[in-house]
Design a protein around this ligand. Sequence first.
Ligand code: IVH
Length: 686
Amino acid sequence: MASETLIQEAEALRKAIRHHSYLYYVLDRPEITDFEFDQMYRRLVEIETAHPELVTPDSPTQRVGGRASDDFRKVRFKKPMLSLTNVFNAGELREFDRRVKGSLGTDAVEYVTELKIDGLSMNLVYEEGRLVQGLTRGDGRVGEDVTANVKTIKTIPLYIENAPPYMEIRGEVYMPRKSFARLNEERDEAGLMPFANCRNAAAGSLRQLDPHVTAARSLDFFAYAIGEAEGLRVHTQEELLRQLAAFHFRVNPNYRKWDSIEGVIEGVAEWEEKRRSLPYDTDGMVVKVNDFRQQEALGATVKDPKWATAYKYPPEEAVTRVERIVVTMGRTGVLTPSADLSPVRLAGTTVKRATLHNLDFIREKDIREGDWVRIYKAGEIIPEVAAVLKEKRTGEEKEFEMPGTCPVCGGKVARVEGEAAYRCTNPQCGGVVREKLIHFASRDAMDIEGLGPSVVDSLLACGLVKDPADFYTMDAEELQQLERMGEKRAANLVEAAKASRGRGLAKLLFALGIRFLGAKGAELLAARYHTVEAIMEASTENLMETEGIGTVIAESVHAYFADEGHRALIARLQAAGVVTDEVKEETEGAAFAGERAVLTGKLASMGRREAGDIIRRLGGEVQSSVTKTTTLVIAGTDAGSKLDKARAQGVTILTEDEFLRRAGLSGEETGAVGAKKEEGLPSSNA
Ligand code: IVH
């Protein structure tokens, strides 16, 4: 039996973790370091492991667990989840306004506009403040139970203080654009079909039988409505949004109240362009009558409320021609076809290429060389083919065939059973080696400044590198044999490689290019195992116990480290001084331990991102703006209001020189860190 003190400690830990998760995930304003947070979390896990009877379903440790209940059991809503009518222009908005006013018999109507988030709607049931059920919209009357999966979304509270006895919170589950782009990249490499857009990706991620998979998908949630609720005293949509924020939900901040439809029309126009720069997809704006009594008086049809409507923005599409279909190689040897397009303007940029993912994708859409196609940007970034304009075919179009031999090495190309991808089967294929090297040095991996695709090509051509460990034994004199490689640049490259050795386990794991292991999975493994040795020794089953790591990744990681060649590579990296432990854990006593730093202005020797990496590596945290928790400001030239605010608060301010000295970076080394990225080349984001 657990003692009373232990029971109380567990309860206090749960409360503190809940509070700090809210500050971190919802408000993006942490007040403690990741290290301190991890310590609390670990202590709670320790107590709960020793005393399983103390585990509560709403404990922060229970976000990932069990299976999706009964394979998405069907549940009838107490209040239906309605859809919305659509309007497409100002005239139709004015018509909506006339209907509302006519039906209410008054002109005194306020509206609230909200962004229409392009995800899928969710009904969250809270009993006595505890999240007990998450239901998808289904057909609006009967939804699907995805409780185990929604619990993995970190911004959805598992417990709400001072909540009414029963309430249903409704809102949108969505996938941020960046996560979507990363997910599709990983799917291409893994030979899986890509998702067409952020919404489909969010839906696919929620309908997973294994919550571990959902947990690794970076879903998020905005709350905007209530379903059935007892004892909730709110009278307007505006009040409701404030109340939802007070319950610690994320509420999209871009809502606004208007006292006329002309205001609404203005608001809608304002967001048509602005919405493109948001980190998530929106497909319109929702216009709601603010007053709940008026909402009730207006009522609903079987399908839609009469007090709200959705203003839909036209989807951005363009029509162009597929000039050619070309095949490029990815880092795991996957051959990815893409379409060379006749250049066309689309949503602010000129598009010349669209990925076609794999042969199944091409066959499904029946895309041929010479075809006219409709294209769009998935997640506002990635050009995709929506459909072929078959009526424009002349008969001259050419069907695409996957090459039988590798375009890089001439080796045999084969389709792996059960996968959509074709791969070069030659393990020594120069293309695979090249992509692996480029990936290793790339920004999200070991981030070796100046080591992009063209330098990798030269290094390979001269036989100076064969695998990533060779990056760390390059010698400045040897390097000068390479084309366009002067003394200074060669020295910078050697220094940049040296500087990358301390990136730590998570970056290294990702950099190795292990199949199926993305940046996020690598972070999860690093946080759990702390050393590469521990991961190398772990069984597949053991790896799978990591939150966010499913069978496929676990098997792949295990197989990777079972390979003698890969073990030898790790040993050589270690011999070259590459840190193979998690760096965060070792920062006590480090130069920026416990600091919460803000970077402002321009630094002469490096970019802000790099400076941020250095601070984090040396135990500090980086904040985006000066808050009451900020302990340090690093001010470059042209520092603006952040510096003023720091001065006003009496926060310690470091000049760039002082910062470099404290970081222990001598003049020489900073030159290397500040080396320019290869010019004129696309960043190697394998
Ligand atoms: S209110 C009865 N507000 O749009 C009114 N819906 O086309 C219920 N959506 O099913 C919806 N953002 O999934 C509302 N701020 C927002 C929204 C929103 C996105 C979605 C929701 C709904 C669909 C209707």
